[in-house]
Design a protein. Structure first.
Length: 254
């Protein structure tokens, strides 16, 4: 039996219900890599109304136990915390009775994409999407093998910005303490601080009390002796800064 929700409606245009277009790709249309994917009927696009309407450009992760795709979430634990595909067509994940229904459709698994058009995109997803090429060429492309994108010397205080992601800072030549203020926390950040002078080099949280150093509620972490190295990165939820000691010198937290 054919079921439709358009029978006997009044004439005229109704309110838009779905988004069919999103120009999230760039370059030649032949540069994309696709595979067939089974989209889990329970998938939801939380930024859309209604949420069961998935928009093109939505990031997807593959659920380990089922092999189905669902919306990417960095805090998930079922495999969908790894961004591995992009939805290329708007899909409704319920039938007309409101029951979740799996959908079989091609998904994009590689090729040129526009960062600003990807839905639920974050820095964590960027590092996972190693088969994609982003339009903001100056940023780190996922899957880079070397831990640092660049090396920057600072002899005075500095407020780190998002574009500094994967930067190793050092204080060579500093005559006093160098304070590096971290950016507003978000998933996917990774920074380093190397003591190149016998002076304090310190990471300080912009929020305070969210650095896991010697305690769960530190606000800063520092090293003084030459050769000391601090590695600091954000957790997938974008709520905590995690600290690792990378050199032979002891780091301190406060």
């Amino acid at each position: 039996m054919l079921i439709t929700d358009s029978y006997a409606i009044t004439p005229g245009l109704t309110t838009a219900r779905e988004t069919y277009e999103n120009e999230f790709r760039w370059g030649s249309q032949y540069q994309g890599v696709f595979r067939n994917g089974l989209i889990d009927g329970a998938s939801r696009d939380t930024g859309n109304t209604p949420t069961y309407e998935l928009r093109p450009g939505l990031l997807l992760g593959e659920v380990t136990a089922t092999g189905k795709y669902k919306q990417y979430s960095p805090t998930a634990t079922d495999g969908s915390e790894v961004a591995s595909a992009v939805l290329i067509e708007g899909l409704r994940m319920t039938d007309f009775d409101g029951t979740d229904v799996d959908r079989f459709y091609a998904v994009l698994v590689g090729g040129p994409v526009k960062k600003s058009k990807l839905i639920n995109f974050d820095n964590m997803a960027r590092q996972q999407m190693d088969k994609f090429h982003f339009d903001d060429i100056g940023q780190v492309v996922g899957g880079h093998w070397f831990p640092w994108k660049r090396f920057v010397n600072k002899t005075g205080n500095y407020t780190i910005v998002a574009a500094d992601n994967y930067t190793l800072f050092d204080n060579t030549g500093a005559a006093g303490t160098v304070v590096l203020t971290l950016p507003t926390i978000a998933a996917g950040y990774y920074f380093g601080a190397l003591a190149g002078a016998a002076q304090i080099i310190r990471f300080t949280s912009a929020e305070g009390s969210n650095v896991i150093g010697t305690a769960l509620t530190n606000s800063s972490v520092s090293v003084t002796a030459i050769g000391g190295l601090i590695k600091i990165y954000s957790n997938p939820a974008g709520t905590k800064w995690i600290v690792e000691q990378g050199g032979t010198q002891t780091i301190t937290a406060s």
